[in-house]
Design a protein around this ligand. Structure first.
Ligand code: PXP
Length: 240
């Protein structure tokens, strides 16, 4: 299972002081050297962490895959077509949210999503939709022509009781099966950390996990190289 390290929060730290450090591109190179299979970054409409300049520099610097998370807007589409990342993950975006709160409502935006996805895919970019693990969203994602979905693991990560955790895991397992039946490559992410990742890795047909906040936080104590290696080793063990 691939590990995508989301390096947004390296830029969050830089933006907190308006300095030039820490550099998310330098961080990405350390992630790659220590087990990341791809680098994920979110260019938000408000540019609160990653900047346009970071995105273009990242494209030049990294040797693995670049997964650009972005909202479904004309501005982002033009940037994507110019940067040409390997993958794009379309996410809903609300200005006031602390982080991406829920999945895309694909059915509601089908008319605008279909041509949007088609334009990106025609440019050779693989397009993923970040959705909640619900059958209706998977079916709608298939209808608009996406080839990849990323299942939102936030509800699983936030579940507290054993029965809630089991229910959310089972919801994810069912969603993975339905998505596979529709021919999707299935990725997952959001809220995953060193304590809760193993049961997700046990869902073998998930192809990629995107993990940010927990790894960048752990880097304060273990160093970024150590934090990425620790997650990589944990995923390798859990994956057998
Ligand atoms: N996947 C998507 C689509 C996201 O929006 C995010 C958060 O930016 C992540 C994964 C990573 O989430 P976290 O930082 O909670 O690991």
């Amino acid at each position: 299972m691939d590990l995508g390290v989301n390096i947004d929060h390296v830029a969050t730290l830089r933006q907190a002081r308006g300095t030039t450090y820490p550099d998310p591109v330098a961080a990405a190179l350390i992630c790659e050297a220590n087990g990341a299979d791809l680098i994920t970054l979110h260019l938000r409409e408000d540019r609160r962490h990653i900047s346009d300049h970071d995105v273009f520099r990242m494209r030049e610097a990294i040797a693995t895959r670049m997964n650009l998370e972005m909202a479904v807007t004309e501005e982002m589409k033009q940037i994507a077509l110019s940067v040409k990342p390997d993958d794009i993950c379309l996410v809903p975006e609300k200005r006031q949210e602390i982080t991406t709160e829920g999945g895309l409502n694909v059915a509601d935006q089908a008319a605008s999503l279909e041509p949007f996805i088609d334009t990106l895919q025609s440019a050779g970019i693989r397009v993923s939709l970040f959705i909640d693990p619900d059958e209706s969203q998977i079916v709608a994602s298939h209808a608009v022509g996406a080839s990849v979905i990323e299942l939102h693991t936030g509800a699983y990560a936030e579940a507290r009781s054993a029965s809630q955790i089991r229910a959310e895991l089972s919801r994810l397992e069912t969603a993975v099966k339905i998505a596979e039946d529709h021919g999707f490559r299935v990725n997952a992410g959001h809220g995953l950390n060193y304590e809760n990742v193993e049961p997700i890795v046990a869902i073998r047909s998930i192809k990629e996990l995107n993990i940010g906040h927990a790894i960048i936080s752990e880097a304060l104590f273990a160093g970024l190289a150590g934090a990425v290696r620790r997650m990589r080793e944990l995923m390798n063990r859990a994956g057998g």
